[in-house]
Structures are given as C-alpha cells and as structure tokens.
Design a protein around this ligand. Sequence first.
Ligand code: SF4
Length: 347
Amino acid sequence: MTTTASQLFERLKNVDVGNPLCAYTEERCERLAPLIEEIQELKKEHHAIILAHTYVHPDIIYGVADHVGDSYGLAKIAKATDAKTIVFPAVRFMAETAKILNPEKQVIDPNPNGGCSLAASIDGETVLELRKQYPEHVFVCYINTTADVKAACDVCITSSNVYKIIENIPSDKIFFLPDRLMGENLKNRMKSRGVEKEILVYPGTCYVHEQIEPEMVDFMKQQHRDAIVLAHPECKPEVVAKADVVGSTTDMYQYVKENREVKRPFLLLTECGVSSRLAVDVPEAKLIGGCMMCKYMRSNSLAAIRQALAAPRKGQIVEIEQQMQAKALRCIEQMFYYAEKTHAASS
Ligand code: SF4
C-alpha cells in the first residue's frame, strides 16, 4: 500500500504530547514517506511482518507496522503468524520472545543495543541462585526479561494478565521478578481480593514508570478536577492508589477509546506512546499530562528497520541457544495456559 507524505501527515498531525520531538510537520513526513515505501517493498520481498510496540515512534506504528500492541498481544501474534520473517522494533526481550515462540523463523531486531532498565536488572544465573534459596516458591517472571531469565523461571506474565495468572497458579508461595513496583501492586491487589499468597519480590524497576510521583498526580488533579486517571502497574503503589483504572498499555488505550464520549479529560500515567496513538485514533478524547518517553523504545527508527530488512547484521538476527529456547518456551506456554484457563473460567 502506498503512503504519500500528505497521507502520513494527515494521520500524524495530531500527535502532540508536549514534546517537540514527537511532532510531525509536513516536511518531516516528506522525508519519511520514501523510507516507508522502501520498507513496504522489502516486507513483500522477504515475506515479513513488522510487530511494533505502542511505545515506538508513531511513524513506525502508522507507516510500516502490521500489528501494534503490548507485550502480550504481540506475543500472541508472533505465535500465530505464518510470515517467514518477523521484524520487531521494540526492545531486545520482545524480539527474543518472538524467537522463542518461533525458533524456525527469522526474527530481526533492528535495534539490538536498545536495552531496557527492567530487563537488565536480573540475569538467569541470579534466578538460579534465588531458586536454591527459595526452593518451595514458584518463580514468576514479567515478560520484560531476557531469554535466560525466562528459561530459569516457571511462568511468565504480562501487565495485562498478571493478576489472573497469579490467582490461578496452584501454589501459595510465589517469587515475582524483576519489577519491584509491579510486585508491590500485585501484593496489594491480591490482598484486596482476599487471595492469600506469600509473594516475594525482586528489586528491579522500569526507569520510565518509576519517575511518576504521586505529587504529580495530585498536581494534575488540582488543575483538572474531573480527570479520569489511568495508571500502568509498573508505577509506584502510591500512584496506582490514586488511579481510577489500572492496566496495561492496551487496557488504557481501549478504555479511552470505549469512553471517548465521556466529556472528561484522561490523565495517562505511562510512556507517552499511548497518548500518541490515542491522539491519532481517538482525536476527540481530551488527553492531559506530560510526556514520559522511554529512550530504549524511542531508539528505534525507520532507517534502522529498512537497513535490517535489506541486509541484517549479525546482532540484528536473534539467535537463542536451543536448550535455553526450549526452557523459555515452556515458561511462556505456561503463561498462555494460565491466561486462557482464567479466560475460560470467567467467560
Ligand atoms: S518503558 Fe522502557 S525501560 Fe520501561 S520496561 Fe518498557 S522498555 Fe523497559
């Protein structure tokens, strides 16, 4: 499908989340349109799909992505696709997850040095040491972990299914890693639902969500008394306690979309990619709040995607040692098992 510069500008002109780097001018769209064309051709040539996380630049999302979403949604798509090549502009652990689910396919990470403060906070060896200390605990890892960590854990979760999965695991001893803040929120949620489990938590954090302070929420609410506050579970518990809605990026996006008629402003406490998507897809929604940008996700670019699709460099082709892949796959499959079991029970 051809995307002209004016079509691109029409789509992206509403992206304005308070940071000039996020704004799209006609000139910028003119520079990007030829790149988008090239990438679309390369996708056909290589029978490739592009999976983009909500936090990457809107020109990737609206210019070349075949699917956009959060970790859970994109993992499900990666599992089901029949494309030969998966290009995953996000951060390394997400591309690794696609490879774990598709060991026969080529998975390309255009931004192999992108990093993630949360995923970098723990490695597989540390998990194995912890398992010796806590042999009775079920080890549950957030999907924001590297392949060696998943291989050392029992069950994986994402922000969209964490509460359901923890409830469904038939053990009252859980070791949750690596996100301390999500772990604290998890403990609070289980307590409020009357679920009695011992939950030990590892002290990693996401540097983006950790920056959001409860005082910022109070300040914004003073300015906009009728605001509906939506928070990601990677935020501090004191922030989550002030939210009307707590959920993954997809949950937040859907909530605003479904409540677009509500004449109240929405305060989104997460990376500003969610606001950018909503500015494009639901322009009538009134969004407030500052921009919290993830430097790792934002280090993806159309130029890197084009280069990686045309001639991937060694580090851009995701490789995972076979035994590690098999163990990590079991951990992720347990997530699908408990998530679907919960869904079947609740539907
Ligand atoms: S927002 Fe960035 S640092 Fe935080 S978990 Fe996601 S990728 Fe990692």
